[in-house]
Design a protein around this ligand. Sequence first.
Ligand code: 4NP
Length: 163
Amino acid sequence: MTYKLLFVCLGNICRSPSAENIMNHLILEAGLSATIVCDSAGTSGYHVGAAPDRRMSVAAKKRGLELIGQSRQLKPTDLQSFDLILAMDRENYQDILYLDREGKYEDKIRMICDFARSKPDREIPDPYYGGADGFDYVIDLLYDACAGLLTYVVNSPEYQAKI
Ligand code: 4NP
């Protein structure tokens, strides 16, 4: 059995693919690839099928990380199939909750910044219309939050029950 993480942003070409690839890197480093798997999705369908944004890939590459993946749109059944769903900003969070009309999955929908350890930011800012600095900052925030997230997951009763 595997514990399944889903990272969600608006377009699934900048923030959530970065989170997915960073998390996969940390999971691999920790030797946990057999028990934790990651995916990402966008609340919009604007970029379905597209590779990660080139500017985001440049920022990741500076940190030695290659971004792989193809944009897909979040679907209602994702709420059921994933163990934990991580929103990048409040708008993403509200849009995910909107698919959970009965409030059945509320407990597994979280803001990724809740797991940050050294950064005070409460959201991962949308870098799409900004400069290169914004993309670098997204990578910084995500490394911090993903490290905290991994610690949270491995200590959670839900993960412990699966391994
Ligand atoms: P993401 O960034 O949500 O982090 O993938 C964006 C990508 C595309 C757009 C906005 C944000 N867009 O407006 O097309």
